[in-house]
Design a protein around this ligand. Structure first.
Ligand code: ZN
Length: 309
């Protein structure tokens, strides 16, 4: 049985940079903001690079070979893994939940996402949450552009992890590279874009939808308590298990054997190199371990993020 190595899809963004080159990618330009690394979304459907299913998209595999994914139910591959290079600030934004999205966005899924900080500048920050006491104050602060009062900005460092639930105001700020694990959805409501211009025009805002979905007051998330297990040749940091996914970091320093027990496992190598069952791996590789793959041995000196449902 083959692992499913995927060809990433790159997106140019006004806030993007060129740091994705450090993952070994031949990026399309100096404003490359996103690498859609494991994705079956129509806006960026990854193609399998190797083996029996070489040349086939992940969405096609999901539709025609459910056995690779443990025959789990669902009309689309549930997750989307991205690496984001924010040279400049992303817009202040919020995502809807499944209920709001299915009613207002043609049956789309909502978007719960989480961020692992792969790298960031000294003194880097992100936006998570806001300072409004209730929904009326949210509307007032947005409608009257009271951004410095409204926005809650916090310091970050390499290795931090954040869960962003629907309704949570957020923004990645410049100087940050993150690995994002999210629901397979592309619905973003832009609240504020710093009055920036793209091709001479401001990007569209979604003020009405934002005010409807932003939860107030903001409550800090406490689902997210990293648990570290030291297995000798591997340190596992389990970041979260929520309704949609579990996410972990593995720091590999020598051989370690696992048994595949999940419907499928997404793996992204974010540092170093090594192997899986003697197949070489390096920073920037992304693959899915299919159901019933059995035992696999990871070896080498590398860090990876894995996710499963
Ligand atoms: Zn987001």
């Amino acid at each position: 049985m083959d692992l499913l190595f995927l060809e990433p899809v790159f997106k140019q963004m006004i806030w993007g940079g060129n740091k994705l080159k450090s993952f070994g990618y031949d990026i399309p330009g100096e404003n490359t903001g996103e690498c859609w690394a494991i994705s079956a979304h129509p806006n960026g459907d990854c193609i399998v690079k190797n083996g029996e299913y070489k040349g086939i998209s992940l969405s096609t595999l999901w539709n025609e070979h459910k056995e690779l994914f443990g025959n789990v139910s669902g009309d689309r591959f549930p997750l989307l893994i991205k690496i984001i290079d924010a040279a400049d600030d992303l817009s202040i934004q919020v995502h809807p939940d499944d209920t709001y999205a299915s009613i207002n966005e043609n049956g789309s899924l909502g978007k719960t996402e989480c961020w692992y900080i792969v790298d960031c500048d000294e003194n880097a920050t992100i936006v998570i949450g806001h300072n409004a006491k209730n929904s009326d104050e949210v509307a007032d602060m947005i409608n009257n552009g009271k951004w410095s009062e409204f926005i809650r900005e916090i310091p970050i460092k390499k290795g931090d992890f954040f869960q962003i639930n629907p309704g949570c105001l957020h923004a990645i700020k410049g100087g940050t590279v993150i690995l994002e694990t999210q629901q397979n959805s592309d619905i973003t409501y832009r609240v504020y874009d710093y009055d920036r211009l793209q091709n001479g025009k401001k990007r569209e805002l979604h003020v009405k939808q934002s005010i409807e979905v932003i939860k107030a007051p903001f409550k800090e998330d406490n689902e997210c308590k990293p648990v570290i297990s030291d297995l000798g040749s591997c340190i596992i940091t389990h970041f979260i298990t929520c309704k949609y996914y579990s996410v972990e970091k593995l720091e590999i320093n020598g051989p370690i054997c696992f048994d595949m027990e999940d419907p499928f496992m997404n793996v992204s190598i974010i540092e170093g190199e090594g192997s899986i069952n003697n197949i070489p791996l390096k920073k920037g590789d992304h693959f899915i371990i299919p159901a019933n793959y059995g035992e696999y041995t990871l070896d080498g000196n590398m860090e990876l993020i894995r996710s499963y449902i």
